[in-house]
Design a protein around this ligand. Structure first.
Ligand SMILES: [Mg+2]
Length: 301
């Protein structure tokens, strides 16, 4: 039995990393414009943050300009959504254009890469001041599952460097893919679950939700790993494509899909998923809830 697990939001709670990222990002964006425009830029950014959360289905993490996840799906997504809002507005709004151009000029990066860089900087600052912070309950649940013979593979957009540091901080045995070791979880970082197919689009409709599932990098990993279960906290990034496979590929019929509904899980998405995707198990009690369900399944056999 193999469990493919997301990392951020499953083994961690990202509130502190995301709030540091918010401060760094807003400060850098405001600094990027002329001093005479800074108050206006600050107000523009605050209004844009309200807009993206008021209409989260229109904004989100949009690498290359297509929505990969919605603005309200986790605390990081709002920051990506802000950058997307700036990009969209910059065609017609001079202040948005000034913010975008200033940030790109100051960093020498696209707005998207600029956001990625500040994300890494926020993680670094949190690690330096507080240290890596694994959820104790997730670590305990991870050990229980491994002891029961479950093969855990971390499939994360974060890189193996972060995963290595964070699992090492609690002495959790791990090994980088493709190496495997008994009793160790295997790390597949930089999974790019967010990467959408540039040549095609495939939409999954669940009631009012309209989610892109043409994610070739994630699909290649899913097919190669052939898991018995998948767990993640961001439905669009982690669960939507496995659900499409479960619905369309007989080999995936019995794969269990666990959506960890953290305190930030959008109620609007939960309503639609419970109504239109009963195959998805909404888990309110974190990774221990997943472990309990999987271990009960093993004992039954
Ligand atoms: Mg996550």
């Amino acid at each position: 039995m193999r469990l493919l697990s997301d990392f951020d939001g499953v083994w961690t709670h990202p509130r502190l990393e995301a709030s540091v990222q918010a401060s760094l990002l807003d400060a850098a964006l405001i600094r990027a414009v002329d001093a005479s425009q800074r108050d206006a830029a600050r107000a523009w950014i605050a209004a844009a943050r309200r807009t993206v959360l008021a209409e989260p289905w229109r904004y989100g993490w949009a690498p290359g300009g297509r929505l990969s996840c919605f603005a309200d799906e986790d605390p990081f997504a709002e920051h990506s959504a802000l950058l997307y809002a700036i990009t969209r507005a910059s065609a017609s709004d001079p202040l948005a254009a000034a913010i975008r151009e200033g940030a790109e000029r100051a960093s020498g990066l696209s707005l998207e890469d600029f956001g990625g860089k500040l994300h890494h900087e926020a993680v670094r600052q949190v690690e330096e001041t507080r240290g890596p912070s694994m959820l104790t309950e997730s670590v305990t649940a991870g050990h229980q599952m491994i002891d029961a013979g479950i093969d855990i593979v971390m499939v994360s957009n974060s890189g193996n460097d972060k995963l290595d540091r964070w699992f090492s901080s609690v002495g959790f045995k791990h090994t980088p893919h493709p190496h495997a070791a008994p009793g160790a979880l295997r790390l597949r970082g930089h999974a790019q679950k967010f990467a959408l197919d540039e040549t095609r689009s495939e939409r999954m409709h669940l009631g009012a939700l309209d989610i892109e599932v043409a994610r070739p990098k994630y699909e290649a990993i899913l097919r190669e790993e052939a898991p018995g279960a998948v767990v993640g906290d961001v439905f669009s990034l982690d669960i939507a494509l496995p659900l499409r496979l479960k619905r369309s590929d007989p080999a995936w019929k019995h794969v269990r899909l666990f959506w960890l509904t953290r305190d930030y899980a959008p109620a609007r998405m939960r309503r639609e998923i419970e109504a239109h995707a009963p195959e998805v198990e909404c888990i309110d009690d974190g990774l221990p809830g997943v472990a309990a369900r999987l271990l009960a399944g093993i004992e039954e056999r």
